[in-house]
Write a protein that binds this ligand. Sequence first.
Ligand SMILES: [Zn+2]
Length: 158
Amino acid sequence: MNTVAAYFRQIPRAVLVAVAAAVGLAVLVRQRLTRFDAETEAKLAQLTPAARAKFRTFLEAARERGWQVVFVSGYRTYAQQAALHAANPRNAAAPGHSSHETREAGDLNFIHSRTGAELRKGTSKIRWQASGLVYDAAAAGLTWGGPFGDNNHFSARS
Ligand SMILES: [Zn+2]
């Protein structure tokens, strides 16, 4: 007889059901609290651990308000930053001077799951502030780029 099967057969069924239920619940809670779409998770994974924790806190608060994130840009290499800056100097900091290069920043658009409202770089500061997201970002320890004219930029640099 298979020894593994024999081992499980001696455990009362109620115990197995309870363990399976607990594991299932833990997985559901973890998904609800921490999982975002694959693109967002990939961008989060490239940030520093400290920045990642702040962005997760922010994005969870945003989700509570019904805002779904579109993670436009996170970590950038020096070369990527240089290319962006060369294409439009007013739109991106000079290479060597961006918190994207130090894995501390994210450019985030949002879409509201109920109203369909969108928040982007070009969306007015007033609308960003009215969304509650500027408050949530600050509460999570992030600095908003709005005061610098960069409305969808958030930085964990302190
Ligand atoms: Zn940015």
